[in-house]
Design a protein around this ligand. Structure first.
Ligand SMILES: *Cc1c(COP(=O)(O)O)cnc(C)c1O
Length: 362
C-alpha cells in the first residue's frame, strides 16, 4: 500500500527522507551492530546522538547560549506541572491566558501550586480568537506569564508576542515549534511535545533561560526539576533514546532543506492553498478568526453534523485520513505540519470541491 496523507493532529506525519534514513540504519546503526532502540544511553554512539541533536536544534532555532535545552519525558502535559513547580519561586504568582483546551489544562494544573490569575480568556467565543493584551493585563511581580502559542484543537495562533513587562513569558509551542523562526530571547521558557512537528511521541523539549532554573522548592520531584535535568545533560535517568534520535534526523533534514525561514515560506504557501479556497466559497466555514489562523491546524465546518461525518469518512476512502475535528469544535481539522507535502493539501482541496458539488445543502 502507498503512503497516504495523514492529517492527524498528533502523532502526525514524519518527513519521508527521515523515515527512510531511520529504516536504512534500523538494524545496524553505523556499524555498532545494533539498533538505536537497543543501545545503552551511556554508549559513545548515543552520547553523540544526543549531543548532535542539541547542537542541531540550537543552530536551527538560533538558541542563545544563555538557554538550556532539555530532552524530557512525560509529554507537554507534564510541563503543565513542571513549569509552576520550577518557576513559582519568588512572588508565587503567575498569570495565564486561556486560548484553548491545552492552555486551560495548564492553568488548572498551575492553580494547585500558587496564586494563579486568569489574565484573559477567549472561551467567550469558543476560542476562535486571541485576546489583545498589553503589559497592564499582567501582574508586575508575576513569576511568569503562560500562553499556548498555537491552539491545536481550535486552529488559532498568536499573531503577536505579548508584552509581559518584567515577567518571563512561557509558551507551549507543541504544535507550532519548527514551523517558522522563533525569537527565543523573547521567552523565558518554551516547551513542546515531540509528536506534532519534531519526532515520534516520547521526548518533550524544554528550552529554558538559565537564570530561571535552580530555585525550585526542594520538595519538587527530582525528575521534574530542570536543574537535575540540566546538570545531567537530560540523562539523570534513561532518556527516550529513539525519539531523540528521530528528532536529530528531523533537525538535520530541516537544516538541509533551508532551515526555519524557508520552512515558514513553504508552510505559508501550503496553508494559503486551504485558506484561499475556504475564503472563496460558502459551503465550508473556517472556524478560526481570520487574523488568528494557525498555519498548522486548519479547522472548518459545513454547518451540518451529518455532512461533516460523511466528509471525514469519504475523505478517508480517498487516502486523506484523520480529518475529523476535535469534539469541542466539531467539523473538520486538517493538521498540516511540516511533514505534510503540498500535494496532500492540494488533494484535500480537490476533494472538498467535489464533496461540495456532490452534497448540496438545500
Ligand atoms: C498535543 C498538545 C499538548 C499535549 O501534549 P502531550 O505530549 O500529549 O502531553 C499540549 N499542548 C499543545 C499545544 C498540544 O498541541
Amino acid at each position: 500500500m502507498d503512503r497516504i496523507f495523514n492529517f492527524s493532529a498528533g502523532p502526525s506525519m514524519l518527513p519521508l527522507p527521515v523515515l527512510e534514513k531511520a529504516q536504512a540504519d534500523l538494524i545496524n546503526y553505523q556499524g555498532t551492530g545494533m539498533s538505536v532502540m537497543e543501545m545503552s544511553h551511556r554508549s559513545p554512539a548515543f552520547e553523540k546522538i544526543i549531543t548532535d541533536a542539541e547542537a542541531l536544534l540550537r543552530q536551527l532555532m538560533n538558541i542563545p547560549d544563555s538557554y538550556k535545552v532539555l530532552f524530557l519525558q512525560g509529554g507537554a502535559s507534564t510541563q503543565f506541572s513542571a513549569v509552576p513547580l520550577n518557576l513559582l519561586n519568588k512572588s508565587h504568582k503567575a498569570d495565564y491566558v486561556i486560548t484553548g483546551q491545552f492552555s486551560k489544562k495548564a492553568y488548572q494544573e498551575a492553580k494547585k501550586y500558587g496564586d494563579i490569575k486568569l489574565a484573559a480568556s477567549s472561551e467567550d467565543k469558543n476560542n476562535t480568537y486571541i485576546p489583545c493584551l498589553t503589559s497592564s493585563d499582567f501582574r508586575e511581580d508575576a513569576d511568569y506569564v503562560h500562553i499556548c502559542w498555537n491552539n491545536t484543537i481550535f486552529g488559532t495562533k498568536w499573531n503577536y508576542i505579548p508584552d509581559t513587562g518584567s515577567a518571563p513569558l512561557v509558551a507551549d509551542m507543541s504544535s507550532s515549534i519548527l514551523s517558522e523562526p522563533v525569537d527565543v530571547s523573547k521567552y523565558g521558557l518554551i516547551y513542546a511535545g515531540a509528536q506534532k512537528n519534531i519526532a515520534p511521541a516520547g521526548v518533550t523539549i524544554v528550552i529554558v533561560r538559565e537564570d530561571l532554573i535552580g530555585c525550585a522548592d526542594p520538595k519538587i520531584p527530582v525528575m521534574l526539576d530542570y536543574k537535575t535535568q540540566a546538570d545531567n545533560g537530560s540523562m539523570y535517568n534513561t532518556p527516550p533514546c529513539w525519539s531523540i534520535y528521530m528528532a536529530k534526523l528531523v533537525f538535520e533534514y530541516l537544516l538541509e532543506t533551508g532551515g526555519l525561514a524557508e520552512r515558514k515560506k513553504i508552510n505559508e504557501v501550503k496553508a494559503a492553498v486551504l485558506y484561499d479556497y475556504l475564503d472563496s466559497q460558502d459551503y465550508y466555514t473556517a472556524a478560526a478568526g481570520k487574523e488568528y489562523r494557525s498555519m498548522m491546524n486548519v479547522t472548518f465546518v459545513t454547518g451540518n453534523a451529518d455532512l461533516d461525518k460523511k466528509f471525514a469518512s469519504e475523505a478517508s476512502a480517498e487516502g486523506l485520513v484523520n480529518l475529523k475535528g476535535h469534539r469541542s469544535v466539531g467539523g473538520m481539522r486538517a493538521s498540516i505540519y511540516n511533514a505534510m507535502p503540498i500535494e496532500g493539501v492540494e488533494k484535500l482541496v480537490c476533494f472538498m470541491k467535489k464533496f461540495a458539488a456532490d452534497n448540496p445543502k438545500d
